[in-house]
Design a protein around this ligand. Structure first.
Ligand code: TXA
Ligand code: MG
Length: 328
């Protein structure tokens, strides 16, 4: 049985953190909240512990993990060359939802990096994640705490529903604020390249660096192998449509499926979920909405968010949920 331990998100009690730390130190798996989504943690420098993450998730061995640290100085130990670009980005956005891809140091087991010569590192801001990092005094590898290809968890209930007793302990710190994963940036070169859009926007990164930001493929790092079209997918069919097509699509889908719901930015006259009409609030509620709608619908008609950089992370997740986007 999975043990679920409630903790106050702002001030987790030390006994709960100590219990979670003991699970990790023994080589076990512990799920914990971060500001983005729940992570499935294991000691990053223990090959056996990390192997258990891949097994619990059913994650292909070619998809590397993000290593979580408290601060930039801890990241230095994991990379053989922290770039000026990485320092700048870390200074601006850490602790927070930005992951930096850097040249890997030999201390990082190759299972973590999927055999690659780069390592992804981030310093989370969530007090529970930070308390756990301080407790174990070592880097924690943590992908999202869901079975591979399922919707990421933003509540402890989502973790338990997806992983069940594949995880020993879940620290339940309530819902995650940001709601979509960190932005993954290749920081191996002179200019940042976004490998996965996320919680920190392109405009914020450009503002911090003073240079244009690329997307997708780089010379130094490969694309994020995890960016497959099938990621973040609910079981229900999700169809992504322009706002103007919503009523026609609802009618069309209702003709052939019993349970059809709408997922919209802002209110809609249909059953389903109306998320906030701005990107931060929408992102915060997106995965929770997908989990909930997936449980009670066969078809989800999702209305495309407005254009604009601030919606990039949300649009990426919606496209993947609809099996449209991605590198596949
Ligand atoms: O917000 C987040 O980033 C959450 C929380 C728990 O920190 N973690 C998360 O991990 O989303 P995961 O494993 O679900 O996604 C990690 C992404 C994958 O797309 C993976 O391919 C990419 O980061 N990645 C990891 N290491 C990489 C590397 N060395 N080079 C390029 N991409 C990498
Ligand atoms: Mg994931």
């Amino acid at each position: 049985m999975t043990r679920v331990v409630r903790v106050r998100p702002e001030a987790p009690d030390p006994a709960s953190i100590a219990e979670a730390g003991a699970v990790l130190r023994a080589g076990g798996l512990c799920a914990f909240p971060t500001e983005t989504v729940y992570g499935l943690g294991a000691l990053a420098l223990s090959e056996d512990a990390v192997r258990a993450i891949f097994a619990a998730k059913g994650r292909p061995a070619d998809n590397p993990l993000i290593v979580h640290v408290l601060e930039l100085d801890d990241a230095r130990a994991l990379t053989c060359a922290i770039t000026p670009l990485a320092e700048r980005l870390a200074e601006r956005f850490w602790p927070g939802p930005l992951t930096l891809v850097l040249p890997r140091a030999a201390v990082v087991p190759s299972i973590v990096t999927a055999g690659g010569d780069t390592v992804a590192v981030r310093a989370p801001s969530h007090p529970v994640a930070r308390a756990l990092l301080a407790e174990v005094g070592a880097p924690i590898a943590a992908p999202s705490a869901n079975r591979s290809n399922e919707v990421s968890p933003t509540r402890a209930e989502h973790v338990v529903a997806s992983l069940g007793d594949r995880v020993a302990l879940v620290l339940d710190g309530g819902p995650c604020d940001r709601g979509i994963e960190s932005t993954v940036v290749d920081a191996t070169g002179d200019a940042p390249v976004i490998l996965r859009p996320g919680s920190i926007t392109r405009a914020e990164i450009e503002d911090a660096c003073g240079v244009a930001v690329g997307t997708g493929v780089t010379a130094g790092a490969r694309r994020s192998p995890g960016q497959l079209a099938r990621h973040y997918a609910p079981r229900a069919t999700l169809r992504l449509v322009p706002a103007a097509a919503l009523s026609a699509e609802m009618a069309r889908a209702s003709a052939s499926a019993a349970r059809v719901v709408a997922l919209t930015p802002g209110p809609s006259p249909y059953p389903g979920r109306a998320l906030p009409d701005e990107p931060v609030g929408y992102a915060a509620g997106l995965y929770d909405a997908l989990h909930e709608l997936d449980a009670r619908a066969d078809v989800i008609i999702a209305v495309l968010p407005p254009d604009g950089d601030a919606w990039e992370g949300v649009l990426d997740r919606l496209r993947r949920a609809a099996h449209e986007g991605g590198d596949a």
